[in-house]
Design a binder for this molecule. Structure first.
Ligand SMILES: [Zn+2]
Length: 408
């Protein structure tokens, strides 16, 4: 039992027909024509395989191959069908077409499973069309109240609720969800980083998804003449910024892996050559897989920032607008996935995910695990996003072996 690289590439390209962007790459946004066409085409494929497939109220596609043991217990796989604007054919899609190929291979090789097998093609994860993320998985683990969607609109001004109803879907009102009776959920995804590639590994067994804190930091000093204002009399926000960045990055390097710290955006006023800058806004993004470390480290940096600003007589406002805890994957499932990879002689490593995934929403509710395959050059959310089809096939085979262990 195994899938071929050719079959994998063909299935990837088949799903990639829905939503190619004329500027390059894929743009398949929530509730658009190409999004619906992709979901409908998947539904047909799942049904052709003998699965019962149906949409839930919010646009998730749920396909189930019934098990023979009569318990109704389900082993599930899947990912999100939406892409970012000008993304690739693999982010999210791999978890769906790869899940499909794995289930197809299992059924063709071993017949009906003991426990039911389910593929969930989740409606949305990326937040690319609307400033709202995890629409699919949030509605599997609970309900999204209408109040959360108030004022949410896309770039053209189309309200979320309007696009939702126009595509034939709505809010979740049913008590049931596609996660009911699911005893384990395993998501196959591209790594979107370069750890596997750098280490020459083909499969990643994910043990945790990093938590993250994101900040907007505002510095208020005094704009003044660059020629006449002596250094000792300045309230220069860029001096403060530079000290903060240099000090924090040095501390991050001491703290080491898996901590990552990024100052990705800065706006400075008046942003001109001969004026001491008086005002700045910058961002900070800090991630770690251990909550205690994330909190300790980021709070230390917050204190440093306040101290440095005060030393320069500069006002500071620290707005921590995102605070997401790390999400560990289910330890028993991680062991089972690792064991399965070892038995197969797979070239794997255990690792964490620095990026967010549907699995982090599902994991607090259902035992959850993830498998990664390498991303060429670590590139993702980009038309150049790619993985060698042979490596995709190895990831899909590993997923099939894990599903086999769980469901047969
Ligand atoms: Zn994704």
């Amino acid at each position: 039992m195994s899938v071929t690289a050719e079959e994998v590439a063909a299935t990837r390209d088949w799903l990639g027909q829905y939503g190619p962007d004329e500027r390059g790459g894929m743009t398949r946004l929530l509730f658009t024509r190409e999004w619906l066409d992709a979901q409908l085409a998947l539904k047909q494929r799942f049904e052709d395989l003998g699965m019962s497939a149906a949409f839930d109220e919010v646009g998730n596609l749920i396909a189930t191959y019934p098990g023979t043991d009569g318990t109704g217990e389900v082993i599930a796989t899947g990912s999100h069908v939406d892409t970012v604007v000008q993304g690739g054919k693999l982010d999210g899609a791999l978890g769906i077409f790869g899940g499909y190929l794995a289930v197809k291979d299992l059924i063709e090789t071993y017949g009906a499973p003991r426990k039911s097998l389910r593929i969930i093609s989740m409606a949305e994860e990326e937040g690319s069309r609307f400033p709202f993320v995890f629409w699919g998985s949030k509605n599997l683990v609970g309900t999204v109240p209408a109040s959360d969607l108030k004022g949410v609109a896309d770039a053209e001004g189309v309200p979320f609720t309007e696009a939702l109803t126009e595509s034939g879907f709505g809010l979740r009102t049913s008590a049931k969800s596609g996660l009911d009776d699911v005893k384990a959920f395993v998501e196959l995804h591209i790594e979107q980083g370069n750890t596997l590639e750098m280490e020459g590994k083909t499969v990643g067994v994910v043990n945790a998804i990093a938590g993250q804190r994101r900040y907007n930091i505002t510095l208020s000093g005094q704009a003044n003449h660059a020629g006449t204002t002596r250094m000792c009399y300045r309230h220069d926000v860029i001096q403060v910024f530079a000290e903060i960045v240099a000090g924090s990055i040095a501390k991050a390097n001491v703290e080491g892996d898996p901590l990552v710290l990024t100052f990705g955006h800065i706006e400075v006023t008046p942003n001109t050559v001969n004026v001491v800058p008086g005002h700045a806004m910058f961002t900070m993004d800090c991630r770690h897989t251990d909550k205690e470390t994330l909190v300790r480290f980021s709070e230390e940096i917050e204190a440093d920032m306040a101290r440095i600003a005060a030393e320069h007589g500069v006002g500071i406002e620290i707005d921590r607008w995102m605070d997401e805890d790390p999400v560990p994957m289910d330890t028993e499932l991680v062991s089972l996935i690792e064991e399965t990879c070892a038995e197969r002689g797979a070239n794997y490593r255990v690792m964490h995910s620095g990026a967010g995934h549907d699995s982090q929403v599902i994991a607090p509710h259902v035992p959850t695990g993830m498998l990664f395959v390498p991303s060429i050059g670590g590139v993702s959310h980009n038309p150049a996003e790619d993985t060698d089809p042979q490596e995709l096939a190895e990831g899909i085979d590993a997923l099939a072996a894990v599903l086999h262990k769980l469901a047969y």
